[in-house]
Design a protein around this ligand. Sequence first.
Ligand code: GLU
Length: 485
Amino acid sequence: MQVRVRYAPSPTGSPHVGGVRTALFNYLFARRHGGAFVLRIEDTDTGRNRPETVAEFLDAFRWVGMDWDEGPDVGGPWGPYVQSERTAFHREAAERLERSGQAYRCYCTVEELEADRERARHEHRPPRYSGRCRNLSQRERERLRQEGRASTLRLKVPEDGVTVVHDLIRGDVTFEHQTLGDFVIVKSDAMATYNFAAAVDDNGMGITHVIRGEEHLSNTPRQILVYQALGLPLPLFAHVPMILAPDRAKLSKRHGATSVAEFREQGYLGEALCNYLLLLGLSPQGDEELFSLAQAVEHFDLDRIQKNAAVYDVKKLTWLNGIYLRRMDVDQLEAAARPFFERAGIPLEAVDPAWLRQVLVAVRERVSTLAEMVEAARYFFEEPTAYDPAGVDKHFSAPQTPQLLREVAEALASLETFDAAGVDAALTRLAQERDVPRARLIHPVRLAVSGRTMGPGLFDLVALVGRERSVRRLRAAADRIEAAS
Ligand code: GLU
């Protein structure tokens, strides 16, 4: 049997990390077993549907490194891959159930249903459909139809007994039919409900394993009842535990970034986010925490998905991102960083690409995201407008500092070869001549040239800032210290 799995996002908002992780698990399962990974867009909730977000989903999936064998953009033999284009299949299945008496028209009004729910609440019963329309005679049905009442189609659920979901991650989970009630499979606008459309489409698209978020576990017995009513073989089911916030609440906006787009804007890398999401909730394979999607394929299986919810930790993601940033190929780093510079108001048109790459390599050692990298690099492009105040107290306060800074400026101005080794030699020579420790020069020079107390190695930093700008900044700092004292 060829494995066929699907990820079926509803394009109702921006793709969220939880969903992307579920998609990744599907992807890995397909690749591991030589199967097909299918994307299906579930756009039948017309009220919440936002078609413009479909492209965002595809983009987010590509960004974390996934590709797919079939989907709305690439097509495939089991299409259509957009649920709203599959309504003929839903209609055909619904008609079959209605004809065979396994589903029936329900004419209850919204008010009647609300009153039923209210009563159930009052009597502490689970709110399930009363069955009012289940046994209407042909005449009663005709009368209600002629009144012009809208109708839905409900599946007849056995009143007793249970449906057991054999979940590949959680084991057997039992649902009492009494709690389910006859549920709606076709809405009054003739659109199939999620549970109906998902079951019909999963079968119609040859899906063998339904791997989805735990929040759908309570839908699964309903979908199983649909399969059974239609006489269809069941796929296997696996429900992936949720991602929880550090306070163990459901991860949401108030916990910071949750959409893939936000992480991307903050300068996280697709590969790092992918790696993090896979670490989250998979039993470790040895000690190795860093792996690519391709490496993960070799070790993945559903039995590695932990049963408990995973707790999200942005610090760990940030740490991983820093590692990826430092390991990144320099050309890729440059390409990834460019838009962040533009967005931070640092135009790069006139900048020598080779120099830019050197700057990036120098600053990436101490940052974790692309956005941080741009801020850490800002003084390579702009004059420092202020000095780190703690640094000023510590490194600019000695009385001879302005004089020393001017002397460094002179030494650099007349340096034969202006490179890191030359800067190093010039500072060493000057420290000896003035009989001060090298640190007495190094710290004030760093502060004067960069405005900061930390950063890349000073000699590289000065060499990269360049002779003219370094000399100017050293003199400007001397002037400013004198003016302030
Ligand atoms: N459209 C559903 C969602 O986005 C998919 C659920 C499923 O995988 O069956 O949550």
